[in-house]
Design a protein around this ligand. Structure first.
Ligand SMILES: *[C@@H]1O[C@H](CO)[C@@H](O)[C@H](O)[C@H]1NC(C)=O
Ligand SMILES: *[C@@H]1O[C@H](CO)[C@@H](O)[C@H](O)[C@H]1NC(C)=O
Length: 320
């Protein structure tokens, strides 16, 4: 048996190709950190029993992020955490299946905004940024009128639209159903299906878009359409939040305006810069590799088994 597996050698070239692709994805500089981040995200996604750390119920959302995803919300999240706020972000749904499914229920019309807000409070959050919670900025402010609202923005609508396309390019790969041409099992996971529903809900309540338009349908429109939606969202926030409660913030501005607005001292460390465009592109490549690699693996395994069970014994009989 051992002998048979030893002679069923792996073809050399495909192995080298796979290693080269992996090196390409994980580029040497910052490879350890990139791998770490990628694998912990994968672990979160693939672990349906994951739970957010238990926490005392929070009494109020004190800081509401109203900016769309891809407006520096990763950096803003890190900054608010440094300032002591327990801050909600899209990533929380990857860590806790119950959160993903409750947001999915909201997208389906089976849960209310208040139920979602209560879920965030129950998990101890007192600040929220990024989609999907930013699409509930008005509902959060109605319930907590003393909260401060931060509209995170990019340098231009064009810059935002490019960044949005990068993110949704990854989402589109994750959301592709299983087929022989794209043998991915991800859509068989309830958490992945919930995330798709939530992405379809983006912009439906705030900008009045039809379902799935913002996340998946922008390709049907001319390129400037995305920028127009970004502008429409920001216009609505400016028009509906009292000026004294609103800060329009570009993470490039750093601690100054943010700390002044929240009336907290400036921390003794640099403003965090989270750039996940590079991370997202690598994650997409990794997804492709994972999705496609099980087919060659299966064939190699079958080849080994067939060699062991049929070819080797026959050869032995012949030589004996
Ligand atoms: C927000 O929650 C964190 C974690 O519970 C707490 O340490 C912090 O004091 C809270 N911040 C405010 C302003 O309530
Ligand atoms: C983030 O990384 C991408 C790709 O590596 C790069 O093109 C972009 O300029 C970076 N953005 C910022 C704000 O540093």
């Amino acid at each position: 048996m051992m002998h048979c597996f030893a002679t069923a050698r792996l073809p050399r070239r495909p192995t080298a190709t796979v290693i080269r692709i992996i090196l390409l994805v994980v580029q040497p500089e910052g490879a350890a950190a990139a791998l770490d981040g990628m694998f912990s995200t994968m672990r979160d996604i693939l672990n349906p029993a994951g739970k957010l750390q238990a926490h005392h119920r929070s009494l109020a959302i004190k800081v509401i992020g109203a900016g769309l995803g891809r407006t520096g919300t990763g950096s803003l999240h890190a900054a608010l955490e440094i300032l002591g706020f327990r801050t909600y972000h899209f990533a929380e749904m990857l860590k806790d299946m119950a959160h993903a499914s409750t947001w999915g229920d909201l997208a389906d019309g089976h849960a209310t905004a208040d139920q979602v807000i209560d879920m965030m409070l129950d998990s101890g959050f007192n600040a929220s940024v990024d989609l999907p919670s930013s699409d509930l900025y008005a509902e959060q402010l109605k319930r907590f009128p003393d909260a401060k609202v931060i509209l995170s923005v990019r340098d231009s609508g064009d810059q935002w639209a490019n960044s949005w396309r990068t993110l949704m390019g990854v989402a589109a790969v994750m959301d592709r159903p299983f087929s022989l041409l794209f043998p991915s099992f991800l859509q068989w996971m309830p958490s992945m299906r919930a995330l798709r529903k939530i992405r379809c809900w983006f912009g439906t309540g705030t900008i009045g878009l039809r379902k799935c338009a913002l996340a998946y349908g922008y390709g049907e429109h001319p390129p400037e359409w995305l920028q127009e939606q970004y502008a429409a969202h920001n216009r609505r926030v400016r028009a509906s939040v009292p000026a004294g409660s609103l800060l329009e913030f570009n993470v490039k501005e750093g601690w100054g305006p943010l700390c002044a607005f929240l009336s907290v001292p400036v921390p003794d460390r640099p403003f965090p810069r989270v750039n996940d465009s590079a991370f997202l592109n690598r994650a997409k490549m990794l997804l492709y590799i994972v999705c496609y690699s099980w087919i060659p693996c299966l064939f190699l395994l079958l080849y080994g088994v067939v060699r062991c069970c049929c070819i080797c014994p026959a050869a032995k009989r012949k030589s004996a």
